[in-house]
Design a protein around this ligand. Structure first.
Ligand code: CO
Length: 143
C-alpha cells in the first residue's frame, strides 16, 4: 500500500542558486548530498510531513539535466512513503503498471527509491520511498 506523501521533487539548474532562493522563501535545508546512483545532487528542505527535494544534475546528459533543458526548472515528481518497496513494486507490476526501475535504487539519506512511469500515473512521475534500506543492505552513508 502506498503511504503518506513524502516529498515534492523540483528540478533545478543550480542547486546553490535554488538553495539561496528557497532560504529567502523561508525554507531550511535539512540535508545536501550527492546521490551518484541517480546522477543528482539533492537538498531536502523543511522538516514537516512533506519536504521539498531540490535536484541538480551531476552530469550534462543526466535525466534531470535533460528535463530542465526540455521543460525548464520546476516540478519533477511526487514521492510517497512505502513500508516495503519491493512488495509494492511487485504489486504494481502484477497489475500491469509500468515502472521506471526494475529494482529499488539507493536514494538520499540511506533510503530506497523507485519510480513509477508517468504513463501509468496520467502524466505524473511518482516515486516510492522506503525510509530505511533495512537489514541486509550495506549502508555507507552517515546520517
Ligand atoms: Co525524490
Amino acid at each position: 500500500m502506498i503511504g503518506p506523501a513524502h516529498h515534492v521533487g523540483v528540478a533545478v539548474r543550480s542547486l546553490d542558486a535554488a538553495l539561496a532562493d528557497y532560504r529567502t522563501l523561508g525554507f531550511e535545508a535539512e540535508s545536501v548530498e550527492d546521490v551518484p546512483a541517480q546522477g543528482v545532487r539533492v537538498a531536502f528542505l523543511g522538516t514537516g510531513a512533506v519536504r521539498i527535494e531540490l535536484l541538480e544534475s551531476l552530469r550534462p546528459d543526466g535525466v534531470i539535466a535533460r528535463f530542465v533543458d526540455r521543460s525548464g526548472e520546476g516540478l519533477h515528481h511526487l514521492a510517497f512513503a512505502v513500508q516495503d518497496i519491493r512488495a509494492e513494486m511487485r504489486r504494481l507490476r502484477e497489475k500491469g503498471l509500468k515502472l521506471v526501475d526494475a529494482e529499488p535504487r539507493p536514494g538520499a539519506r540511506g533510503r530506497l527509491v523507485a519510480f513509477i512511469h508517468p504513463r501509468s500515473a496520467h502524466g505524473v512521475l511518482l516515486e516510492l520511498v522506503q525510509e530505511s534500506a533495512g537489514s541486509g543492505i550495506a549502508s555507507t552513508q552517515q546520517d
